[in-house]
Each structure stands twice: as C-alpha cells, then as structure tokens.
Design a protein around this ligand. Structure first.
Ligand code: WTA
Length: 651
C-alpha cells in the first residue's frame, strides 16, 4: 500500500481563504450524501433557468432499465449561462485570453461583450447554413477562440456539437462524422502547433469522401494557406458573418436535451459517442470548477488541454465561463519555442490556477529546472493535474520547482463519461499525498469491489475495482444511438453500480489511489486509446494477418503502445515494413495511436478455444516474463518462448 513519507497540509491562510477547509469539506460531503436531492437542488441554483426545475433526480442503474435524468422539467440555455447573464456585471471583463502558437505573436483578450457578439453572429451563420435544434455539428479545430465560439453558438441554437481532436486523421474524422450523422463540419484552413501546420481543411475533404455532396463545411481562416474548395458546400466564416445580425436569442432547451457528443475509446470496438446533456452537466462543470480549483472572482484560469478532449469542454469552456471567469486558451505546445513556454505564459498573463497533464510535466522535468526558474510564478494559487496517475517524482517537481513548495496540487480523477471531477483533493482542505486523488467530490459515493465476486470491500487498506454507487448531475446519459451499449459497458459487469474501468486502492486513512485501467484501454500521454482500435487499424493493412496490442510503462508517456504483429504468409519482416505500419496507423487513427514498439510475432499465445492471452502479452511487454503464471492451457506453449526471446522492451 502506498505510504508517502510526507504529506502537505494547507497553510492556515490557504484554509481560511478557500471555499471550504477540512471541516467544511467533511460537513458538506456528509450533507451531500445524506440528502442528495436537497443538496443538488441547492446547487442547481448556480444556473440561470428559464424555467426552474421542480424535479431533482430520476435515476435507475439496473441493467435493462438504465435511466439517468437530472432537473428534468427545468429549461435553460447553456450559452446564455456562459455569456448573457454575465453581461450586466462583467461585460468589459476578459472572458477568454488567447495565446497563439508563436510566442512573438500578440495575445488576444476577448471580453464577455465581445464574446456575446461573436457567438451570436456565429450562431446566425449556422442557422443560415440550415443548422437547427438537435442537429449535429462536428468541430475539427485548432485551439483558437473560434473553437469556443463554435461550441457556444451550437449551444445557443440547440445544435449538438461533437468535437474531434485535430490530431485525429481524416479517416478517424470521417468515421465520427458518419457516426453522428453531422450536417455541418466546422474547421480552419490550417492549424499551427509548435511551429508546424496541420492541414485541417484538406483532412476534412478526405474525411468527407462518402458524403462529399451533402455535408457542408464552415471554414475559419487561420493560416491563409491554399485549400481545396467545394463550391456551394464550403463557406468562409468571415464572409458569412458579413451578412448576419449579431442578435440571436438563446433557444430554450430542456435540461435533458443533449449538449454535446464526444467520442471516446473503450475496451471493445470503435469509439463510443458519450452524450452529455445541458442542465446537470453545466451545474456539475461549474461547481467542480469553483471548488476543485478554489476559483474566486477575478482569477485567471488556465487549463492546457485541447478542446477536443473532455477536459477542454468542462474546464476551458463550460465550467469557467459559467462562473464568469477569465479562461486562457493556448494554441501551442509546452516545448515550443522552448520548454519554458508554459511558465512564460503563466507569468505574462498572471495565471492563478494552472491545470495540466502529468505527461507534460514529465517531459518538462526532463529538460531541467532552468526553464522554470527565470519566470515569476508568484500569482499561482492552485496547480492541477489530470488524465493519468501522477508519479511522485513528477508530483514533487511540480510542487517544489513550479509551486516553490507553497501551492497546493489537485490531482483530479475523472473521465469523459463523468463530465467533471469525481475524486480530487481540495486546496485549503486536503492534506495532500503525492500521487493520490484522495477523496470523493461532493455527492459522489465511490466503492471498491472485489473484481471477480463483485463484493463490496469495506474498510481501509484495500484494493479492487472502482465503481460509483450513485449518480451525479454530470454523468453521461447514453451512448449516441446505442443505449444498449451504454448499459452493457457501464452497468453489466457490476450490477447496480457505474463501473469506471479503473482499479484503485483505499489506503489506511481512507484516501483513494487510482491504479489505472483494468480493461483493454491504455492511457498514452494522457490520451485514452482502445487497444482494439489500434489492432483493427493494423489488421486492415494487407500484409498483416493478426495483431495484439497492449500497454507498457513509458517514462514520459505513462504508457506506450506495444504491438505484436503476425504477418501474412510469405511476407518478410523488415525495418521498412515497421515504418510502413507506423505510418499506416497514423493515417488510420492519428499520430497519438502510432505504436511505440512493434514486435514480429510468428504466432500469438492463445487458449485452445482461440482466445488471445493478453495477460501474457502484457507481461512480456513489461519485460516481466518471470511471472507469466500458468501457460499450460496454451494451444502452443512454444510461441511464448519466441516472444520472450525477441521482446522489444529490454530494461
Ligand atoms: C485516467 C480524462 C489517475 C483513468 C479526464 C480514467 C486518471 C481515464 C486521472 C479517463 C487521475 C484520469 N489519476 N488516472 N487524476 N484522471 N485518469 O476519458 O484511467 O480521457 O479512467 O478523461 O484517465 O480518461 P478520459
């Protein structure tokens, strides 16, 4: 059981200044569990409703009848909550600070008033293109303010956005456009990142091969590069905006109308469209943003995620803007022009709360402290991490070198499915333990189960799989177009509970430590990847007969992608073929799915019934084959010897 030598208590001043101190957390948590409906009815008041809800929750986790509804009879508009309601008091306050890729280019400050005008115009352009309530709009965008305008414009007119991370390939984009049957794709000509440009519009053209004559495309001019144009189907945003008014009344939406779909990887098959709705999601995103980061009026908040991931949805756009915050959007990467960029931006914009991923910290830590030391980081009040377990070395570097030993770190555990944080320390309240997500957020009841018997493990100093026993307003409602898959994925293995797919430990003090995925999902640089997706990309190559993909520990990325590949009869393995397969996976899915290691496998270890024994493959990939366990049930035990002998990850 992890047992850190040192824990870090908040200072008396931090505890006093925070929304809750240790006692405050205990009391509020107890109240949230004792009477959840009363608790959440109160929290829902942070939203401006057009019609206030009279119902709080209607939840059923039973397989076959899974149903999750919050604030069902309330109506609201998310964009009005993120913009209009702030205009009277903070119309001239900056809503979005935009920091471009090139450090020498000027940052933009967009006030709430300007945001309102941009979003209304954008919404009218979408209407002009025929988008209405309930229609799906795919976004494939750089990290520019127009990405936020596009999200809010969809929300304003009741269209459902589905953002595809700009690092995904044309093929992956096309699959998602088809899956949600999008009417319009919003993109830009190109996306500069780290000094290199990705040709987004070109990728959209390739992605739209199947629906070339139907799906329209709205293009934001970012780079001014040459692009191929489809007359009558492609539209420039700046041209369209010339002819629309900047008045666009917000659509009245039901609390359970979908706000967005976000495709995410699972252990089987193709990515699932996670559906989040309006009232509950916004309540939860706003509340977690306020408490987890101990956000106060006037603070400058920076989440370094991309809007293509859930973290960008909840903590760049919806949470901060619902709270009337100033949120920073960064177009670039942490290491461009050098490894001091994050800290340069923190200093320049006087960032108060900074939220990033452990993989970025590990990469920066490796570049040395000199990249941090020259900058004035005295405005930082809270540091956050998300996406994967943080190792104590990276935690300590973050705490001591970035935070100078004074700034609390919140290690936030959550998922695309959860809409917002489910477990996290709170600044000013929690005695921090490096590497632990520590305690449940308000209203969340985590349980540790015995993985095979599904029995609840009581008490402390225990380990098992993590489930959540109750619902919360930010919980996903369904898988787009496939409610059965939703039920099967999250409610069938451990009946009556939401199954997270993560393992965890509860230590002697009752603090939680996430140990990582227990399913066939891997976490590469904080990006979630289904091993099945990479496998199906590999076997789609004409020279590949079979493939099995597993994760292995990687110093910077957290986990790397290890692919065992069996070639077609007569095909010779070679370094060129290895490169060809890497490029293949990049075009099938995207650079984030590129295998780090490819091992040629004459055969894969299978049971006599033909099931691949992934446990063995994981062990070999981890260079830990001394503990392979029972291999006697294998159809061909000799296969394993060959795999061990030719393993790629030797320590
Ligand atoms: C992992 C990202 C340990 C976990 C918001 C989860 C974490 C998956 C943490 C969800 C953390 C996320 N500590 N593990 N603080 N945060 N994870 O959907 O395995 O991209 O199930 O959402 O990331 O990834 P997703």
């Amino acid at each position: 059981m992890p047992n850190p030598d040192t824990t870090y208590a908040p200072s008396a001043e931090q505890a006093k200044a925070a929304h809750v101190d240790a006692k405050g957390y205990e009391e509020m948590y107890a109240a949230s569990i004792a009477d959840p409906d009363a608790f959440w009815a109160e929290q829902a008041k942070r939203i401006d409703w057009m019609k206030a809800p009279t119902k709080v929750s209607d939840v059923n986790f039973d397989l076959g009848s899974v149903n999750i509804k919050w604030f069902e009879d309330g109506t609201l508009n998310v964009a009005a909550n993120c913009i209009d309601r702030h205009l009277a008091e903070r119309g001239t306050q900056t809503a979005i600070i935009w920091e471009p890729d090139e450090a020498t280019d000027e940052a933009q400050h967009i006030t709430y008033q300007q945001l309102h005008a941009h979003v209304c115009k954008f919404a009218n352009v979408l209407k002009e293109m025929g988008v209405g309530k309930g229609d799906r709009v795919v976004l494939y965008m750089p990290m520019i303010p127009q990405a936020a305008y596009a999200m809010l414009a969809c929300a304003r007119i009741g269209a459902i956005h589905s953002i595809v991370f700009a690092g995904f390939s044309a093929d992956a984009l096309g699959a998602r456009i088809d899956a949600c049957d999008a009417k319009v794709v919003i993109t830009s000509d190109g996306a500069p990142r780290g000094g290199r440009v990705t040709n987004l519009k070109d990728n959209v053209n390739k992605a739209l091969l199947n629906d070339f004559d139907t799906v329209k495309c709205l293009v934001v001019k970012r780079t001014g590069q040459q692009i191929a144009w489809r007359d009558g189907l492609d539209f420039w945003l700046h041209e369209m905006e010339e002819n629309v008014s900047n008045d666009c009344p917000p659509e009245e939406m039901g609390a359970e109308d979908p706000l967005f779909i976000l495709y995410t990887s699972g252990s089987t098959g193709q990515p699932k469209g996670v559906v989040h709705t309006t009232g509950g999601y916004l309540t939860y995103a706003a509340m977690t943003h306020e408490y987890t980061f101990d956000y106060h009026d006037g603070d400058i908040f920076w989440c370094t995620a991309d809007v293509g991931w859930v973290t960008g949805h909840s903590y760049i756009v919806y949470g901060p803007l619902a709270n009337g915050a100033t949120t920073l959007m960064f177009e670039g990467v942490p290491t461009y022009p050098d490894a001091g960029r994050f800290w340069d931006v923190c200093q320049k914009h006087k960032v108060n709360q900074f939220y990033t991923a452990p993989t970025a910290l590990r990469a920066l830590m490796g570049q040395g402290n000199s990249f941090v030391e020259g900058y004035d980081l005295s405005d930082l009040k809270v540091l956050g991490t998300v996406g994967e377990p943080i190792n104590p070395e990276a935690w300590n570097w973050y705490y001591n070198v970035v935070g100078k030993g004074k700034v609390p770190i919140v290690d936030t555990w959550w998922q695309t499915e959860t809409g917002g944080h489910l477990m996290t320390p709170l600044p000013g309240a929690t005695n921090l333990k490096p590497g632990s997500a520590q305690q449940p957020f308000f209203g969340i009841k985590p349980l540790v189960l015995e993985p095979t018997t599904a029995e609840v493990i009581e008490g402390n100093d225990v380990e098992g799989v993590l489930v959540i026993a109750n619902s919360w307003p930010g919980q996903m409602r369904t898988v787009w177009g496939d409610h059965e898959r939703f039920e099967k994925t999250y409610f069938s293995d451990y009946p009556g509970y939401y199954f997270t797919g993560d393992g965890c430990k509860r230590d002697a003090d009752g603090d939680y430590w996430i140990t990582g995925r227990v399913d066939d999902v891997i976490n590469v640089s904080g990006h979630r990847m289904g091993t099945a997706e990479v496998e199906s990309a590999l076997v789609a190559h004409e020279k590949v007969a079979e493939s099995a993909v597993v994760g292995y520990p990687h110093d910077i990325k957290g986990q790397g992608i290890y692919a065992y590949v069996t070639l077609m009869n007569g095909v010779e393995p070679s370094d060129e073929l290895r490169k060809e397969l890497e490029t293949w996976v990049r075009t099938e899915i995207g650079p984030i799915a590129k295998p780090d290691l490819i091992q040629w496998a004459p055969g894969l270890p299978k049971t006599r019934s033909g099931k691949i024994m992934r446990r063995i493959l994981r062990k070999i990939a981890e260079d830990d084959f001394g503990a392979l366990g029972d291999t006697s049930t294998l159809a061909e035990p000799a296969v394993v010897d060959d795999l061990i002998e030719n393993r790629m990850n030797r320590k």
